[in-house]
Ligand binder design. Structure first.
Ligand code: NAD
Length: 369
């Protein structure tokens, strides 16, 4: 199965690869007009067998494959990671017609795409997403970025992978936490666009957890089609695309406030789940949509607050930091951060959060309850 879409008259694809080996990947890469050099930027936390087989398959493309292993944890989404890739490209004398293939979660994808866009003002770029968040969300849409000066994605641009490979092998090997953490982004697509997605999640937990490929590929397809629908005519996020940020104003504030030097305390998708609860609560209180979302998050064992993340004696500082970080929202056009107001399933609008007391109340009652 292939999802084809166009951006500014150029064609792009997402290819579902369900064979044990990766013929779709090497077929796409073998037929490329390139200088026959490739850099594979790959997360070193991936299953070793998968890496070994992928490397072997890529050699069959006839391209000279150079391997760059990286640590794709969120704390590494920074300029050192970006320059590590750029330095390697310079050292090995890659050209504009060389290929960068990234294989990893949202972090590896966002940073690699940024490097691919910057090197010689743009080289050939492909991606294999390896977490559920990356598969259903970050792999498409072309947003690249690094975190800089304590602000999430403060440096970045737009650069699209020519082809994104959704691999059955990868789906089978994703660790449970990364597999579940993508669910809130799937729910988001259901809430802003397509109630069928919500039903698929609500009534098919077994299929999800057992990683039934037929079921998963349908769920992923519907979620990616939602994303394509919202971004393809509004790449630079002036209107329609903003709706894909549902939950993200609060989510990013949570992520920035919980940043730990040692490990990734909360996954992006987990924060998006709590963020969507906050945005509904800010607008409507605990209405039916709030209850539906809460039920789905609990159904898949996902967090609905920071209960399990906050340390004791730390609550007041966390509350202040979250409040402060909400005002770093990149969507704001005045001093007020903006959120997505969900009116009903499939209908939303972007609004400014003008009520500071309500923001504080939302942090207290939902995030830190
Ligand atoms: N560009 C976009 O449109 C977009 C959309 C959503 C999220 N994002 C970004 O994506 C990032 C979050 O990405 P994520 O949730 O995919 O997590 P991640 O990339 O931070 O990965 C989480 C952890 O899982 C590891 N990992 C990844 N795949 C694995 C696998 N198959 N097996 C074992 N370990 C694996 C990573 O090394 C890391 O330690 C954030 O930086 C966020 O800003 C971007």
């Amino acid at each position: 199965m292939i999802l084809n879409y166009k951006i500014e008259k150029k064609s792009y694809k997402a290819t579902f690869c369900h064979n044990k080996e990766s013929p779709d990947i090497y077929k796409a890469l073998s037929n490329l007009y390139s200088d026959k050099k490739m850099i594979l930027v790959i997360d070193k936390n991936l299953n070793k067998n998968f890496t070994k087989y992928l490397f072997k398959d890529l050699k069959k493309t006839g391209l000279e494959v150079n391997l760059l292993r990286v640590d794709g944890s969120k704390i590494n989404k920074n300029k050192s990671f970006l320059f590590k890739i750029l330095d390697e490209l310079i050292k090995k004398k890659f050209s504009k017609k060389s290929v960068l293939l990234s294989c990893g979660g949202g972090v590896v994808g966002d940073v690699s795409a940024l490097a691919a866009s910057l090197y010689l003002r743009g080289m050939i770029y492909f991606h294999i997403p390896t977490t559920m968040t990356a598969i259903v969300d970050s792999c498409l849409g072309g947003k690249t970025g690094i975190n800089y000066n304590n602000i999430i994605n403060s440096v970045g641009n737009y650069y699209h992978a020519q082809n994104v490979f959704i691999s059955k092998n990868v789906l089978e090997l994703i660790p449970t936490r990364e597999f579940l953490a993508g669910i809130p982004e799937i729910i988001k697509s259901g809430l802003i666009n397509n109630s069928k997605i919500l039903k698929l999640l609500e009534f098919n937990k077994k299929n999800y957890l057992k990683r039934n490929y037929r079921y998963l590929s349908n769920l992923i397809k519907l979620t990616l089609l939602t994303k394509i629908k919202f971004f393809k005519d509004d790449i630079y996020e002036e209107n329609k695309r903003l709706r894909l940020n549902f939950g993200h104003t609060f989510a990013h504030a949570i992520e920035m406030s919980l940043k730990s030097k040692k490990s990734d305390v909360i996954r992006h998708g987990e924060a998006v789940g709590i963020g969507m609860l906050c945005e509904i609560y800010y607008c409507h209180g605990k209405n039916n949509l709030f209850r539906l979302l809460e039920r789905l998050l609990v159904h898949y064992n996902l967090p609905t607050s920071l209960r399990n993340f906050k340390k004791s004696g730390y609550k007041e500082r966390l509350e202040k930091n979250i409040y402060k970080n909400i005002f770093l929202d990149k969507k704001k056009i005045s001093n007020n951060p903006r959120i997505i107001k969900l009116i009903k399933i499939g209908k939303s609008q972007i609004i400014e959060m003008k009520n500071k007391n309500r923001i504080k109340q939302t942090i207290k009652k939902i995030i830190l309850k």
